[in-house]
Design a protein around this ligand. Structure first.
Ligand code: ADP
Ligand code: ASP
Ligand code: MG
Length: 404
């Protein structure tokens, strides 16, 4: 029997009526002759409220207890969805991440799936049950509950689809597909029928919150077709799939905005082997993730080294920069919060010229100052002031004719 994995995000299970709607979709797929696994997120803004609650109780809650707390949100949803399916006269069973065999490493709040033991899940499917699995959570080898990072239910769904060799992984959400950019920021954004894994992966890591980046990595690795669609309509959504040759006919598929970026600039960094390695070792040791790195040698003996981070604790970043300056005999350090990154993404960039020029001209016409530029084979990103970021995204989106 073919297997289908359906994932419902927070908005799609936000109240009793929506839970029934999700249940009906699952029953429909089951009645059409499929084995059906549902993956569900916490209801509505539950996870945000739990994060809030933790911060009211502790300044810096331990990550293990954060996972214990956040995982409760999904546990509420799975039970309610199972009840809704049973209420409609069908057989269903809810499973936590651990019960579904989701084994992860021990990196609390950002755990990675190591393996999935699907034997129990397969057993329930063989009995004709619809299985409802809690998204976003797993268990480490010492039975500690872990979570996969915010938005991680997408990853649970795609990982299960890969492990069960499902026909497709359907992601039901509050938009009717992947758009050229976030439709909440740019109303002219257009829905895409198809997007390649490579493009979606870049869009996810550059700020498109619609899909968890790791889910796309897994989809690409295991060839899982991912269908992102609305839980409120029956319209087809967007297929995330391998690139086809015709996808290169347009240069830019989408644009993204990532906010809350802080730039750290170290001036007068001794220009000799080992210093840069030492600096980034120290940054990593503090658990600070680095986005981009740039360096220019101002003189033979000294360089200017900069990097950007999206760390949410600015005091920690300032303390790290001050310590780095002291430890590595650096003349001066600057910490600039309030930056944002605007990017354009497209596999067609491999065969089109002039993409960078179009982007910079659009920004210049809108008098947006470019603070830094980074490029890769299918991405061009600029760093801008946060106050100008939405305008920058809008003009860049329009410049590539992405609007509907
Ligand atoms: P869910 O709770 O279903 O997982 P999310 O809130 O995580 O839903 O993701 C859906 C949201 O992602 C949309 O409401 C939309 O505002 C946002 N989004 C950001 N970028 C895009 C994009 N390129 N296409 C579609 N939606 C996007
Ligand atoms: N409930 C989790 C979150 O809000 C996981 C998810 O929704 O994918 O981040
Ligand atoms: Mg999500």
């Amino acid at each position: 029997m073919p297997t289908i994995v359906q994932k419902f995000g927070g908005t799609s299970v936000a109240d009793a009526e929506r839970i029934h709607r999700a249940a009906r979709r699952a029953i429909l797929a089951k009645s059409a002759g499929n084995d059906v696994v549902l993956v569900v997120s916490a209801m509505g803004h539950t996870t945000d409220h739990l994060v809030d609650l933790a911060r009211q109780v502790a300044r810096k809650p331990s990550k293990r207890e954060m996972d214990m707390l956040l995982a409760t949100g999904e546990q509420v949803s799975i039970a309610l969805v199972a009840m809704a399916i049973q209420e409609a006269g069908h057989s269903a069973i809810s499973l936590t991440g651990a019960q579904a065999g989701m084994l992860t490493d021990s990196s609390h709040t950002l755990a990675r799936i190591k393996s999935i033991d699907t034997s129990r899940l397969r057993g329930y499917l063989a009995e004709g049950k619809i299985a409802i699995v809690a998204g976003f959570q797993g268990v480490d080898p010492s039975f500690n509950i872990t979570t996969l990072g915010r938005g991680g239910s997408d990853t649970t769904a795609v990982a299960l689809a890969a492990a069960l060799k499902a026909e497709t992984c359907e992601i039901y959400t509050d938009v009717d597909g992947i758009y050229t950019t976030d439709p909440r920021l740019v109303p002219q954004a257009r829905k895409l029928d198809r997007i390649s894994y490579d493009e979606m992966l870049e869009m996810a890591s550059l700020g498109a919150g619609v899909m968890h980046g790791r889910s796309i990595e897994l989809g690409m690795k295991y060839g899982v077709p991912i269908h992102v669609r609305s839980s409120f309509t029956d319209m087809p959504g967007t297929m995330i799939m391998n690139a086809t040759p015709d996808m290169e006919s347009i240069s830019v598929r989408g644009a993204t905005l990532k906010r809350d970026i802080t730039r750290i600039t170290l001036l007068g960094v001794p220009n000799r082997p080992g210093i840069v390695a030492g600096i980034f070792e120290e940054v990593a040791r503090r658990g600070i993730f680095v986005d981009d790195i740039f360096q220019n040698a101002a003189a033979a003996t000294e360089a200017t080294l900069g990097f950007t981070v999206t760390h949410d604790d600015l005091d920690e970043v300032r303390a790290a920069a001050a310590d780095l300056a002291k430890k590595f005999a650096i003349t001066q350090q600057q910490v600039e919060p309030g930056l944002a990154r605007v990017s354009v993404i497209g596999v067609g960039m491999r065969s089109h010229r002039g993409v960078a020029a179009t982007m910079f001209q659009a920004l210049a016409r809108a008098s947006v100052n470019v603070e830094n530029i980074t490029t890769s084979e299918i991405v061009i990103s600029v760093l801008v002031r946060d106050s100008e970021a939405e305008r920058a995204l809008q003009v860049v989106h329009a410049a590539f004719g992405l609007g509907g």
